[in-house]
Every structure is written in C-alpha cells, then in structure tokens.
Design a protein around this ligand. Structure first.
Ligand SMILES: Nc1ncnc2c1ncn2[C@@H]1O[C@H](COP(=O)(O)OP(=O)(O)OP(=O)(O)O)[C@@H](O)[C@H]1O
Length: 269
C-alpha cells in the first residue's frame, strides 16, 4: 500500500499560552486532494504552516514524505520545502516582473537549470493554466482570476509533490472560481501530487476533493468523503454546508462583555 505523503499524529500546537491545535491526526495520500474547513481562527493556516516547517509542533509528529519534520534543521527544511508548492490568497505576484519572469522566479532562485530549459518549463506551466499567451504581460494588465492562475503556474514551477492552498477561491468571480477549482484538481492529477486546500468555499471544494476534514477549536471534529459530508447530520458540518451564521460555529471569537469593554457599566447583553 502507498505511504501517506502527509501525516499528522496527535499534533499539539500553541502560540505561547494560546492552544491552537489539540491532538490533530490526519493523513493525505499521494494523489489525493484534501480540504480543511473550519471557522475563523480554528487553526487551518497554522496547520499549513506546520507542514511548511515555518512552525514546529509542540507535541505529536508532522510527517512529510515519510520523514518527521519537527527535528529537521533549517537547511533540511529548505530542501523539503522545494518539494512543496504554496498558493496563498494574497500570494501576490511581483508587480515589477512580467508573467514569464514571475513563473521563472522559483526556477532561477532554486535550480541551476540553463535559461533555455527554464524558458520551456515556464511556457509549459503557463500552458497548463491556459495563459501561455499572457507571458509578456505585466501583473497590472491581468484580471484577478488570471493573476491567480499565474500564481498557480509559479507555485507548480518546481513540480511539487505537495500543493498547499490557503483560501484559493477568495475574491474571485464565479467563473474564475470554477476555473481555479478544476485547475487545482487537474494539476494535482497531472503532477501526480497531493494537495491540501484550506477553504470556506464548500460547494467549490466538495466538487474537486477526495476528503474533507472539519476543524473546530483546534480539533478534527468530522471528516469524510464529499458524499459522506453532504449526507452528514453532524450539526457543525450541516452549518458549514448550509452556510448558516448561527450554529455551533461561533461568529464571534470569545470576548469580554461588549458593554463592559466599551465602558458602559453593567452588560445588558
Ligand atoms: N503568530 C501568531 N501569534 C499568536 N497567535 C496567533 C498567530 N497566528 C495565529 N494566531 C491565533 O491562532 C488561532 C488560529 O489561527 P489560524 O490563522 O491558524 O486560523 P484559521 O483557521 O486559518 O483562521 P481564518 O479562517 O480566519 O484564516 C487564532 O486564534 C489566531 O488568532
């Protein structure tokens, strides 16, 4: 049987005193696209940063490609990160570089490949996202959806084993949203990679993922295939699927009474 590409084994993480992840276990197999969903502040981005090695687990183990990351030094982490592609919501393009040079950037920074080969690789990545024709444009000349696709081409430039997406759909119009969704799936399969997508966009992600993990208060509280998620009667999952504001997912982060904090004396609700 294939080995997991990413494995969290009862991972615990805190920023100082503030516990963010508690006993989180999850597995991502090669070839899978996995969504991580959860309310604001539930620890989704923290989870991605543990995989990227920007943060280290307080307890438990984070494994990537069969290796526990927590004990590795910076040099070793840098090497592991080369096998990961990252696309963040505001992972902006370099505005003073053309589309071509944006995609070439990681290849020039992180490899010793000759420029003629880099040229072919950049064109292949741009072709994969349908933007080979935009190679000479500057980022200011692109629509939001096109810019996101160029960022995607840049993220896959080094043929990553694992793609990490943090809110890849945010701020896109409905057509670009569907395009990015299908690209995430297609590129995953074409690269033979695995992908983790942190998102609030339930419909878009259920259409493309193999598995969903729901995080609440730093714990995995539900998981399943898209069909299982759609059929689930778990209150938290239902609230997510239906997009209701009220339910187990709190809209407000816990805070002192409002009136009290505004200096209005006794809190009346
Ligand atoms: N550098 C930091 N120092 C201290 N606390 C942090 C730091 N980064 C995040 N936090 C806190 O950790 C918790 C989890 O944050 P995280 O960004 O992982 O949540 P999230 O699920 O990605 O949220 P969102 O959906 O709003 O982006 C939050 O309460 C946040 O305030």
């Amino acid at each position: 049987m294939a080995k997991p590409l990413v494995r969290f084994d009862r991972v615990h993480f805190a920023y100082g005193e503030a516990v963010v992840l508690r006993e989180v276990s999850l597995t991502v197999m090669p070839g899978q696209v996995v969504a991580i969903m959860g309310g604001s502040g539930s620890g989704k981005t923290t989870l991605l940063r543990l995989i990227g090695g920007q943060l280290r687990a307080g307890a438990g183990g984070v494994e990537f490609d069969g290796e526990v990351l927590d004990g590795l030094d910076e040099r070793a982490l840098y090497e592991r990160r080369k096998k990961m592609g990252m696309l963040f919501q505001f992972g902006a393009l370099f505005t003073d570089l053309s589309v071509f040079d944006n995609v070439a950037f990681p290849l020039r920074e992180r490899t010793d490949l000759p420029e003629v080969l880099i040229r072919d690789l950049v064109l292949m990545k741009l072709q994969a996202v349908g933007l080979r024709g935009a190679a000479t444009l500057m980022p200011a000349e692109l629509s939001g959806g096109m810019a996101r696709r160029v960022a995607l081409a840049r993220a896959i430039a080094l043929d990553p084993l694992l793609m990490l997406y943090d809110e890849p759909f945010t701020g896109l119009d409905p057509i670009s949203l569907t395009t990015i969704g299908s690209l995430i799936r297609e590129l995953n399969d074409a690269l033979g990679a695995a992908s983790i997508v942190v998102t609030h966009d339930v419909a878009e992600s259920l259409a493309i993922v193999d598995r969903v993990y729901f995080l609440a208060d730093g714990r995995v509280i539900a998981e399943g295939s898209p069909d299982e998620v759609r059929a689930s009667d778990h209150p938290f999952v239902r609230q997510f699927i239906n997009g209701h504001k009220d339910g187990p997912v709190a809209f407000h982060k816990p805070a002192p009474p409002y009136a009290e904090q505004l200096g209005l004396g006794a809190a009346h609700g």
